[in-house]
Design a protein around this ligand. Structure first.
Ligand SMILES: [Zn+2]
Length: 161
């Protein structure tokens, strides 16, 4: 987040850190362990592809994920982005090294009603509850943040953060 102060507006920040590559507009700024970019929108850290999608199309429906048609998670080309429902997103999940039913580390399906994604992280045989989320992306981000809080030597998450 060292770039936070360097740009006057989110638009300036976005334009300065995206690079055209063929059909794709690639995010060249900070990238998190999730493989998604991270930028400051003036109030909070957001994913650049979600931010630019909202600039073009208005707010993303609650709980919806933005899918990359080109398969590149750092692509911010508006024509390559589309809203997917949770169901579609689950069908598209192709994560390897998954250790939970959702395919995302630390994120579990909540089958008890309410929000569909639950974050749980185990540390020293203790299970920590990371809360419930509408979107799988948000849950994934929360799981990473919780691990970073709990694990002081969490290199796998930190190296790309
Ligand atoms: Zn693309």
């Amino acid at each position: 987040m060292t770039n936070r102060i360097a740009y006057k507006t989110p638009t300036e920040s976005f334009n300065a850190r995206t690079v055209r590559q063929g059909e794709c507009l690639l995010w060249a700024g900070a990238v998190k362990e999730t493989g998604y970019g991270a930028m400051w929108d003036g109030e909070r850290v957001v994913r650049p592809h979600r931010w630019i999608y909202e600039q073009a199309n208005g707010p993303i429906p609650e709980g919806a994920d933005i899918d990359h048609v080109c398969g590149n998670r750092v692509c911010c080309e508006i024509s390559h982005l589309r809203v997917t429902t949770r169901k579609q997103n689950m069908e598209n999940l192709t994560h390897v090294n998954a250790n939970s039913s959702t395919g995302v580390r630390g994120v579990h399906k909540n089958t008890k009603g309410g929000k569909p994604w639950r974050v749980r992280v185990k540390h020293n045989y203790v299970e920590y509850n990371g809360g419930y989320y509408d979107s799988l992306e948000e849950a994934e981000t929360a799981a990473i943040e919780l691990r970073n809080k709990l694990f002081t030597h969490n290199d796998a998450d930190r190296k790309a953060a």
